[in-house]
Every structure is written in C-alpha cells, then in structure tokens.
Design a protein. Structure first.
Length: 247
C-alpha cells in the first residue's frame, strides 16, 4: 500500500515545487521532506542520513579539490532525482516503483523497526541499485564512459572518505535519538549493521555501472534490462534483511 495520503501529498508538493539542478536544490528538497515527516515515519531517518551525507560532500571537499566538479555535482543531482522519483511514484502508482524501494516504503509505519534500520535500508536501495543507474545516466549526458582511473572515478572514490566520516556521525545521532536517549535494542541489530559498508557498496555500484554501459551495446537487446531487473530484485531482498523487527 502507498504511504499515508496526507504525507504523500505533502511530499509530492515538496518534490514538484522546485526544479533541481544543483546540490543546493537537492538539499532544499531533502530539508522540506525532513520537516514534513514525523519521527515515527521510517522514511524520515533515511532522508536525514542522505541529507547529512550530501551536505558533507558539498562542504568537505578533498584538500586537493575535485578533478571534475561539474560531473560530480551532476551525478549528485541525477542520483537524488531517482530517490525523489521513487517517493513520487509511490503515492501515484506503487507498481512503477523499483522493487528495491518496496521494503522501506511499505514498512515506514511498522513498529519494532529501529530508526537506523530504516536509514540503512534506504541507503542499501539507493546506493546498491540507483547509484549505478545515475553513473550511467550522467555518463551519457556528458559523453563520459564509467572507467576506473578516469578523473571522474577518482572523484567518485574520494567521496568515500567523506561519506564514511559523515555517515558514522549521523548513524550515531540516529541511533541515540533526537533527545539523546539510548536505544536499548541496538545490540540486537549489530549483525545487520555489520552488513553495511558504504565504500564497498559504492565500489560495487561503479562496477555495475561499467557492466550496464557495456551491456547497452551488447548483441542481446534486453541484456541491460535483464541485468537491472535482477539487480533490483537482489537489492530489494537485502533491504528486507535490514528491516527485521527487533525488541
């Protein structure tokens, strides 16, 4: 089922009210989503984690700077657009939403799922599925194939260090709550948390982008579609694993 209609309308209005062409535009939409969602909506916690790591990419560039900042910003915008599109589609026609998003979006109101589990289920869907698609789409727009050793790959890789720091900070904040109460059930999801490593997930996403790029010119016309369908299913299965009820 789709999420609560009052929240859906609000989120749809927020998403459609702004043309998103820069990282600042992305952040404005995410802040609007954060303000609209109550604390008992699991989507709020993924959105907050995503908001903070995006701020980190914008505000904490490497000391040597980016090799291709225009490409990196466009990637961030395209990537965020896939998230925004999933939310919009969920209220209008859930059958159009990638299956990897279903576990989070269908479980947003479930009890006995911790804030951090929601956040990581969203990161899993977005990075392990959407990021490869965003790299390919950005590459097509810029005429740049995803290739290791390229300036774009070096920027992509440098983002990892920032993400690991910010993600750790935000995960701690989410785990301890708005007013700092300690979540007594965190020990029960240690194994789930251990499954998530942002650097490994992003490296896999880049590899998948290279595969998709090559498959699009393969003799079998549906090769890339078949790959994406299987990827979607596998990532959705992993997201369900993050959302095992505890407590």
């Amino acid at each position: 089922m789709a999420n609560n209609p009052s929240h859906s309308t609000t989120l749809a209005d927020i998403i459609s009210s702004k043309t998103v062409t820069t990282i600042d535009d992305v952040l404005a939409v995410m802040r609007g989503i954060d303000a609209a969602l109550p604390n008992n909506d699991g989507l709020k916690w993924f959105n907050l984690l995503y908001l903070k790591v995006t701020e980190g990419v914008r505000d904490r560039p490497p000391t040597e700077g980016w090799k291709d900042p225009a490409w990196l910003e466009r990637l961030d915008v395209v990537f965020a657009g896939l998230y925004f599109s999933a939310i919009a589609a969920w209220e209008q026609n859930p059958d159009k939403v990638a299956r990897c998003w279903f576990p989070l979006l269908a479980s947003r109101q479930r009890p006995n799922i911790k804030r951090l589990q929601f956040a990581l289920a969203g990161m899993n869907a977005h990075i392990n599925h959407d990021l490869a698609i965003a790299v390919v789409q950005t590459g097509k727009e810029r005429g740049i194939a995803p290739r290791r050793g390229s300036p774009q790959y070096r920027d992509f890789d440098r983002v990892n260090a920032t993400l690991e720091v910010v993600e750790g900070e935000v995960k701690q904040y989410i785990a301890t709550g708005i007013i700092g109460e300690i979540d007594q059930h965190l020990g029960e999801i240690d194994d789930i948390l251990a499954m998530w490593k942002v650097r490994k997930a992003r490296e896999t996403a880049w590899l998948n982008a290279e595969i998709i790029w090559r498959l699009e010119s393969a003799p079998i016309a549906t090769a890339d579609d078949d790959f994406l369908l299987n990827l979607d299913r596998l990532v959705g299965l992993a997201s369900r694993g993050f959302l095992v009820a505890v407590g």
